[in-house]
Design a protein around this ligand. Structure first.
Ligand code: NCD
Length: 337
């Protein structure tokens, strides 16, 4: 638990703060990285999702988070993550405080330091969900907030753990397993934080292999590649669509992160939408049951003509996002066991 005096002392005197591993006990823990998870903890979470979906679908009034307040602190634009977190809190009878663009609309605009802001939010609520453009901010927030859990909703090019959890759930729902999977990830693998968390997640299960298709400039950083390979997952970098295996269980497409190309528009145009999924492309290179996934937003890398293909799985991902976040909040806040 975060609010024990021991934890506080340890945090204040530590320069190498690390979030606690989940180890099948979510209560009071930060969720900053997929590295905190093991396979058993992921199954524990998934086992709760069905109940959450039932609550949401039937419009049952749940009191699971009654009396709990969750602050959503979004320093970057968001549609799905922000709204699904807010909806998740409300589905479970809790209250959400949404703070968008704090650098413009909170005291940070007057020059308040980040530490003071986080300490203020934690005084008023039971958990903080944060999205920030700087890699490592979720971890930093977890170190600052000694009283409430921090949930990482995307930090820079670092991680996006709740997205990876909903991605894994969607893969499991469709294929019935999370091991011995062959997959493809395409697009901006350098800057795409969802990919960075999903590879970590797939590494927790045996026998997975992922083909990585991107323009040379958008390959995984060499540090990420080496660190992921150490986890035992097989990664194969490819540069041409002809190298896509015909029997992938999933394709995970991503957008090129335009915001990383400020002042380098020509470079962006050169790499943007190098690989576009059209119906013909999916029929030519995809397998009969290859799931087509995307964290969204898409910007032309999957054409809308593909949406009615039974392999398109991105709307399932979107729906599952709320259920996963409901289950996670219930567990972290100690309200479901
Ligand atoms: C992603 C993100 O913010 O990392 N979106 C999301 O949360 N589903 C993907 C992106 O912005 O490209």
């Amino acid at each position: 638990m975060k609010d024990s005096p021991e934890a506080r002392v340890q945090v204040e005197h530590s320069s190498s703060f690390a979030p606690e591993p989940i180890k099948r006990n979510f209560r009071g823990k930060d969720v900053v990285s997929l590295d905190q998870f093991d396979a058993a903890s992921i199954w524990d979470l998934f086992l709760k999702v069905h109940d959450m979906a039932t609550i949401a679908r039937n419009g049952w009034s749940s009191r699971i988070l009654a009396g709990k307040i969750v602050t959503l602190l979004f320093y970057q634009p968001s549609t799905r993550t922000r709204v699904s977190f807010e909806a998740a809190v409300k589905q479970l009878g809790g209250e959400a405080i949404v703070v968008t663009d704090p650098e413009k609309y909170s005291s940070e605009a007057k020059g308040e330091v980040f530490e003071d802001s986080i300490r203020t939010y934690e005084a008023y609520c039971d958990a903080i969900v944060i999205r920030h453009p700087e890699t490592g901010t979720a971890l930093r927030s977890a170190e600052i907030a000694t009283r409430v859990p921090i949930l990482n909703a995307g930090d820079g090019i670092g991680e996006h753990p709740t997205q990876a959890l909903l991605d894994l759930y969607t893969i499991w729902q469709r294929t019935g397993r999370l091991f011995n999977l062959k997959g493809l990830m395409a697009g901006d693998l350098l800057n795409g934080r969802t990919v960075h968390s999903l590879i970590r997640g797939l590494s927790l299960f045996p026998g997975n292999e992922v083909y990585l298709l991107s323009p040379e400039e958008l390959r995984l950083s060499r540090e990420d590649l080496a660190s992921f390979q150490k986890r035992g997952i097989k990664l194969y970098e490819i540069a041409d669509v002809s190298q896509i295996p015909g029997d992938c269980a999933f394709w995970y497409w991503t957008r090129v992160q335009k915001e990383k190309f400020e002042g380098r528009e020509a470079e962006y145009e050169k790499v943007n939408n190098r690989f576009v999924v059209t119906q013909d492309f999916l029929d030519q290179y995809g397998g009969a049951s290859t799931m087509l996934m995307h964290p969204f937003p898409r910007k032309g890398e999957i054409l809308q003509e593909v949406d009615t293909d039974p392999r398109a799985s991105y709307f399932e991902q979107i729906r599952n996002g709320m259920y996963i976040r409901m289950a996670l909040l219930g567990l972290v806040l100690g309200k479901i066991k």
